[in-house]
Design a protein around this ligand. Structure first.
Ligand SMILES: Cc1ncc(COP(=O)(O)O)c(C=O)c1O
Length: 371
């Protein structure tokens, strides 16, 4: 009965299947919680930034008072850091970058609207489209696992309302060429909204990888989504943001819920932006970790796609789901629900432990090869 009352688009959404938790692996394989290596959700393995912890603790004593309803201080700070004026009116705060994607769907997508993106990618684009009765137009990635700009351009129809580009892409870690992306943005008709999800871009150390914030102007409908969950180590705090032109901002801002960011969250985010040492260390460790793991995996005969993120997309040659399950028996949790394995880059001690576990999995001879 209740099912009949549900919006059409929502009926077709499969239930969310969360990744394995450390607790579930302890329960299933009897591994002590302290021996579990959870490298499946692309979290920052360095813990939260020390400056953010300090700021959040200081704010706890004030949580009986509502926070800043419009997150204005944080919006101003992010705006200025990204080259906008200090009004805060180019920045929208939400509950994670996921919240931004939901907001964009809620504000812009209705029945009949098409939204183009490539797959595999972050599932939130398809989710936001379907929840609002839009039509996802999911195209394959290129052979080298990048968003296919040409195919996306050719897929534009009169019904196209939005194009989503995950750059770097989750789960592949790959980026499209920045100059090609800029040209694409300016070629797409002006009545189409272009969402560039840069959740991971700050983890890239490659100077060729450029943010599309530079392309935000009164003449483009570009929305850049970012998050505090990755570089800034605040996934549990749940804050993300969009940057866009002021016209777009006015529309999105009036549809965000007031009091989006809790006092503790806002204090943590403000301080995290200033924790230069943490930021520098995380970026350096991710570069080192990517290089180390890519080399170790290559010695094992695996192929790793070039990544600008804190995870690697790895063709191990083994059945991906069975490989992930076998790793769990040794306490290592990675993602096995894509075509290839998606493995979060951790601290160096974790990376080394991971390689040892993977060697044991290979030696066990238990995992079937890919069909
Ligand atoms: C590509 C991409 N975008 C956005 C997000 C959402 O991040 P959050 O909602 O934690 O800010 C994620 C999370 O993993 C992601 O992989």
């Amino acid at each position: 009965m209740l099912e009949e009352l549900v919006k059409e688009g929502i009926k077709n959404i499969p239930p969310y299947i969360p990744g394995d938790t450390a607790e579930s692996v302890t329960e299933k394989y009897g591994i002590a919680p302290e021996d579990i290596l959870k490298l499946a959700s692309n979290e920052n393995q360095f813990g939260p930034p020390p400056k953010a912890v300090e700021a959040m603790l200081a704010e706890v004593g004030r949580v009986h008072i509502y926070p800043d309803p419009y997150c204005i201080e944080l919006r101003k700070k992010i705006g200025v850091m990204n080259g906008f004026d200090d009004s805060g009116d180019n920045v929208v705060i939400a509950v994670g970058a996921s919240g931004i994607l939901s907001l964009l769907g809620e504000v812009f997508i209705q029945k009949g609207d098409e939204v183009i993106f490539c797959e595999p990618t972050f599932g939130a684009y398809a989710g936001a489209v379907k929840r609002n009765d839009g039509t996802p137009v999911a195209l394959p990635l290129t052979e080298d696992m990048k968003f296919d700009l040409e195919a996306m351009y050719n897929a534009i129809t009169e019904k196209t309302k939005m194009i989503c580009i995950c750059n770097p892409n989750n789960p592949t870690g790959t980026v499209v060429d920045s100059e090609e992306l800029k040209a694409f943005i300016h070629k797409v008709p002006e009545n189409i909204i272009i969402v560039v999800d840069e959740a991971y871009i700050e983890l890239s150390s490659n100077p060729e990888v450029k943010s599309m914030v530079s392309e935000i102007s009164d003449d483009t409908n570009v929305v850049v989504a970012r998050t505090f969950s990755k570089l800034y180590g605040l996934a549990g705090v749940r804050l993300g943001y969009a940057m866009c032109n002021k016209e777009m901002h006015a529309i999105l801002q009036k549809c965000t819920s007031v009091f989006t960011g809790s006092r503790v969250a806002l204090a943590g985010a403000m301080a995290a932006l200033d924790d230069e040492e943490y930021i520098k260390n995380t970026k350096a460790a991710m570069k080192e970790g990517r290089e180390y793991l890519t080399e170790e995996f290559s010695k094992l005969g695996f192929f790793t796609y070039p990544s600008e993120t804190n995870f690697l997309y790895v063709n191990t040659g083994y059945d991906t789901a069975a490989f992930a399950e076998a790793c769990k028996k040794y306490g290592l949790i990675i993602r096995g629900n894509f075509e290839y394995s998606r493995i979060t880059v951790g601290r160096m001690d974790q990376n080394k432990k991971m390689v040892e576990i993977i060697k044991k999995v290979i030696e066990s001879n238990e995992v079937p090869r890919r069909a």
